[in-house]
Design a binder for this molecule. Structure first.
Ligand code: C6P
Length: 416
């Protein structure tokens, strides 16, 4: 069991108040808070280590380079990448998907082929593929959801065929919280000779994920959803695919030799990291990984399972509350999306904010999923290692208060 009382003292922001109430931060799927260790690592870097990397012979540059490369090895160990050189630092999940689209898929996939995605895909793993489909004449196929809000695996098997060039799929939905069983889908893609990209933006921060166990070709995720800074992400890809891919951008650091009229490409992973990267961000990400490792992703996952089971239990007892996605905690992470009858999710979010409860509202960058459920938006509570059952209780009482406000508003309207 996690010692949340102790963990919470590591996060300065959790000590603050919002609108006169202690902050209850339940927007972790959007971005997580940062422990003091991450903040300190970034300050220390700028105060004592700051230098550009891969360029200087001086001590500071060598230290900064070593630190940056050490974090790359940490990331490789986290996801069991066979080779640290197959880990590319990007700006985030979105950039990682776009990199695969531009550098691998665009030159490889031709008219007549198809791309298989899933209905709850985040726009980051949908819009780039729509762009490519239009440019290259590819068909886009979306794996539908079944009545329980899980991926319809039987439909999926028929969508993946000999013309499938890529299966690009999330491991966990940022709206439904569902943890998809990707293994049969990846096996089906492999049988058909298709490549596989896994969007791990919502899974890698919450449970152990291994590229070897998944048997995927590309894994993408963001540091800011796992205690790290914004502006840092990861693309991990099979080495032979990276070897065959042209660079994403031209500039410094990605070259081997340059003549006035031409250049040769540099080695992996630098070929995909043109220009000065987000060095302080990567350093901060390293501190976040140290912190997560010390707590353990298995323990974090267990904690979230406990919280989501508790939340589902309490929230299901509320009248007029619709909860989307699988109704059993065993199939979902610490994400609960819902709507309260009669209240626009935005108004609900504002009422909760007045009580210090931070949730996300809107389409969650998943408009096709909103269309599937016939709603314009949803409210979403999402948990992480520092959240507690007492905070779930605060959420539930804030929802009850919102219900009371709504009832009062409705009875006033009836009287007029
Ligand atoms: N979802 C949310 O509130 P970036 O913005 O590049 O770090 O991550 C994009 C992304 C990709 N895939 C999934 C499954 C995601 O959840 C996200 C980010 C946030 O749900 C911000 S929209």
């Amino acid at each position: 069991m996690l010692n949340t009382e102790r963990i919470r003292t590591d996060f300065p922001i959790l000590q603050r108040e919002v609108n006169g109430f202690p902050l209850v931060y339940l927007d972790n799927a959007a971005t997580t808070q940062k422990p003091q260790a991450v903040i300190d690592a970034i300050v220390r870097y700028y105060a004592y280590e700051n230098a550009n990397i891969h360029r200087g012979v001086h001590t500071l540059s060598q230290e900064a380079t070593n630190h940056y490369e050490q974090v790359r090895r940490q990331v490789a160990a986290l996801i069991q990448a066979p080779d640290a050189d197959s880990v590319i630092f990007t700006k985030g999940t979105t950039e990682s998907v776009n990199m695969v689209m531009k550098c691998w898929a665009a030159p490889q996939l031709k008219a007549g082929q198809n791309l298989v995605l899933s209905w709850p895909e985040h726009h980051s793993n949908l819009v780039p593929w729509q762009m490519l489909a239009q440019a290259n004449g590819l068909a886009l196929r979306l794996i539908p959801l079944n009545a329980e809000g899980e991926l319809d695996l039987s439909a999926a098997e028929s969508l993946i065929d000999g013309n499938t060039g890529l299966l690009a799929i999330q491991q966990m939905s940022n709206v439904l919280g569902s943890l998809h069983d990707l293994k049969p889908l990846i096996a089906a893609a492999r049988r058909q000779g298709a490549k596989v990209l896994v969007d791990g933006a919502q899974s890698v921060p919450h449970l152990p994920v291994s590229v070897q166990d998944l048997d995927c070709d590309f894994l993408v995720f963001s540091a800011h959803k796992m205690l790290g800074p914004t502006g840092v992400g990861v693309l991990c890809a099979r080495r032979e695919l990276l070897d065959s891919m042209p660079p994403y951008q031209g500039g410094g650091a990605m070259i081997k030799e340059v003549w006035p009229e031409r250049h040769t490409w540099g080695e992996l992973p630098y070929r995909f990291e043109a220009g000065t990267p987000n060095i302080s961000g990567v350093v901060g990400f390293g501190a976040a990984l140290d912190y997560l490792e010390q707590i353990g992703l298995e323990a974090i996952w267990e904690h979230e399972q406990m919280l989501v089971a508790y939340a589902l239990d309490k929230m299901k007892a509320l009248d007029g509350l619709t909860i989307y996605g699988p109704q059993h905690a065993a199939q979902r992470s610490g994400i609960v999306s819902f709507n309260l009858e009669g209240l626009h999710p935005q108004d609900l979010g504002e009422i909760l904010d007045q009580q210090g409860v931070a949730i996300r509202t809107g389409h969650h960058c998943c408009q096709p999923l909103m269309q599937h459920y016939g709603v314009s938006g949803m409210a979403r509570a999402s948990f992480y290692l520092y959240n507690t059952p007492a905070e779930v209780d605060t959420l539930v009482s804030a929802l009850q208060r919102a219900q009371r406000l709504l009832q009062r508003r409705q009875s006033r309207l009836r009287q007029t």
